[in-house]
Design a protein around this ligand. Structure first.
Ligand SMILES: *Cc1c(COP(=O)(O)O)cnc(C)c1O
Length: 305
């Protein structure tokens, strides 16, 4: 069997309705912020289940602007997962905060039982990462955060429509950071990101931060960034969002097919599939007793399509 690394080429090879939308959009000249972005943000917030969503230019910036909105400063300590993509850590570093790692468990996510021992008087936030599309024990993490008055910023870049106890990734904390990178589960044609939040004040601050701190054309409230979600990408986003549920359902179905097949092979262990977690499988990972040999074999058999 030939297995592709991604279906990106097929995904957009035949989409006349999107091209039609883009053509109409280009004729409006509404290229920065604007109507399509507003529509995308309200659709995204509705999909995830938060009051607000703010489009930014990447998942990395979704994290960075969240941390900035949470007032994370030089010297503050931010707890995050040791097992993550480098961008999580890069975003914390950008603000001059100290990165404090907590190890993961066999779900690939932060071990919530090991967080409390890392908290000091300088700890200001926890950034749990819903790595591979799995989720850590968010009940416990939000309880710890409440006890120590810490902000929770979810790195939900790999977990659009993932959930813990039926509550979606990106709805648990101060804010949730999503990526729309071409290789993520819900993707656009370039870099893109979204921040979800339920707090109006945070929403307003994030809107300022992504657009140079500009309140309107002539008034600047705070120093900010140039981190708007490209409006062309918002058009692509508006086309793909109605397909989001189907895409994640299909990934879950594919994973279950793989689980059932691979489970029968000696030397392969399937990670626990916890009932109260909806895993959306941005990545599909198994444990192998002869990992290096298996990897070598897979590389030899690789499909170059
Ligand atoms: C992809 C990813 C990011 C960064 O997203 P970009 O859109 O590529 O900037 C951050 N954290 C995790 C866990 C990711 O997988």
């Amino acid at each position: 069997m030939k297995v592709r690394y991604s279906y990106l080429k097929q995904q957009f090879s035949n989409c006349p309705s999107l091209w039609k939308k883009l053509k109409l959009f280009v004729a409006t000249g509404d290229f920065t912020l604007g109507k399509e972005l507003k529509i995308f943000e309200s659709k995204f917030a509705k999909l995830i289940g938060t009051k607000y969503a703010v489009g930014v230019n990447s998942g990395t910036d979704a994290l960075k602007l969240s941390l900035k909105a949470a007032n994370i400063k030089h010297g503050d300590e931010v707890i995050t997962a040791a097992n993550t993509f480098v961008a999580t850590v890069g975003a914390i570093n950008e603000l001059g905060a100290k990165i404090v790692f907590v190890d993961c468990d066999d779900t690939f996510c932060i071990d919530a039982n090991k967080i409390e021992e890392k908290i000091t008087k300088n700890t200001k936030a926890i950034v749990p990462v819903h790595f591979t599309g799995y989720m850590p024990n968010m009940k416990k993490i939000t309880q710890i955060a409440k006890k120590y008055k810490l902000k929770v910023i979810e790195d939900a870049c790999q977990s659009i429509l993932g959930s813990y106890k039926k509550k979606n990734a990106g709805t648990w904390g101060f804010s949730g950071a999503f990526s729309l990178h071409p290789l993520k589960n819900i993707n656009v044609w370039s870099d893109g990101g979204v921040i979800t939040t339920n707090d109006k004040k945070t929403f307003n601050k994030l809107c300022l931060l992504r657009n140079h701190g500009l309140k309107d054309r002539d008034h600047m409230d705070i120093f900010g960034y140039n981190s708007r979600l490209d409006t062309i990408q918002a058009v692509v986003g508006n086309w793909i969002l109605p397909k989001a549920k189907k895409i994640s359902d299909q990934r879950i179905k594919n994973a279950s097919y793989l689980d059932n097949g691979l489970r029968k092979i000696k030397g392969i262990t399937i990670p626990e599939r916890k009932k109260n977690i909806r895993i959306v499988y941005h990545l599909y990972i198994i444990f192998a007793s002869q990992r290096d040999a298996l990897l070598k074999y897979c590389i030899k058999k690789r499909y170059r399509g």
